[in-house]
Design a protein around this ligand. Structure first.
Ligand SMILES: [Fe+2]
Length: 304
């Protein structure tokens, strides 16, 4: 596995490397810094007068979950967030006409056992491709506050290309959207929603913990096994991640190899073109649809 630091490689070549399991790290640039600053301001505003890194010392887990249930969607749907993602992609060498992203998410990892489910889900080792992501999906990950090795994210590189017995055959993205997602804030102490887990013991080591500056980012394939590092620091970790796909790869069905994903459904309808937020062309999306999108169609707005 290669780790590229501020590579000058073209985006076309970079994607090929990502599909082979390489990781790319990027130093802070303007778009990414603005995205992090926006997130930081929203966090500070949400928890004022508390120290945003020590919210767990001043609020119960239930109260905190309620704050997060407002804060996280506010960030996701903030019009500036998409604008800054597009700027970040342009500054990272992506062709905006052909690069599609899904909305940036804000994630949290709390110290100890304070809050690990629902709205602050602590991700067990998984591949995003177990969650109906296409194999050309690239994950972008960045910290909002200073990061250290005790409150970051880990990639488990030795599982690249190596199958893991897992429960992805029970996962369907459309079903998940219909039944589970809206209830995330209710799962404070435990999470009863079915998510694809490894079904065999996982060797977490060796693991790669990438620690970059605020505004820095790293990119990795959705097929990499990765997890939330148990937060043993006394500070909350806030991070941003979003995903991209490139039109040529979507159309050509190019991407990482599928070694063990058996989920149904697809997230292909979530990506928005960086220039104008248009969805992928219908013919391109059709390549990924398996009919389950009709089975679990969202009810009309009036009856929700
Ligand atoms: Fe993930």
């Amino acid at each position: 596995m290669n780790i590229y630091v501020d590579s000058k490689m073209s985006d076309d070549d970079r994607r090929k490397e990502l599909y082979r399991g390489s990781i790319f790290t990027l130093s802070p640039r303007q778009g990414a810094l603005k995205l992090c600053q926006l997130a930081k301001e929203l966090i500070e505003e949400a928890f004022r007068p508390l120290d945003p890194l020590r919210v767990h010392e001043g609020l119960s887990a239930e109260e905190c979950a309620q704050y997060l249930a407002v804060l996280k969607p506010k960030f996701i749907h903030h019009p500036k967030a998409k604008e800054y993602v597009a700027q970040m992609l342009a500054e990272s060498g992506c062709d905006l006409e052909k690069t599609y992203f899904d909305v940036p998410r804000m994630r949290t990892a709390f110290p100890g056992d304070y809050l690990k489910s629902g709205i602050a889900y602590a991700f067990h080792p998984h591949r995003d491709t177990w969650y109906s992501a296409p194999f050309c999906q690239i994950n972008w990950w960045m910290p909002i506050f200073e990061l250290n090795s005790e409150n970051c994210m880990a990639i488990h590189p030795h599982y690249w290309g190596k199958p893991v017995k897992n429960g992805s055959n029970l996962y369907n993205y459309h079903k998940w959207n219909l039944e589970s997602r809206r209830n995330a804030a209710q799962h404070v102490k435990t999470d009863t929603r079915i998510q694809p887990h490894p079904e065999e013991p996982i060797e977490l080591d060796p693991q790669v913990r990438l620690i970059c500056d605020v505004g820095g980012a790293y990119l990795f394939s959705a097929a990499h096994l990765h997890s939330t590092v148990p937060n043993t620091s006394n500070a909350i970790r806030y991070s941003i991640d979003f995903r991209t796909v490139h039109l040529d790869d979507v159309q050509g069905r190019i991407g990482a190899a599928n070694v063990d994903s058996a989920c149904s459904g697809t997230t292909i309808g979530d990506y928005l073109r960086a220039t104008d937020l248009a969805h992928l062309p219908k013919e391109a999306m059709a390549l990924y649809l398996d009919g389950t999108e009709n089975l679990y169609a969202q009810p009309p707005l009036t009856s929700r």
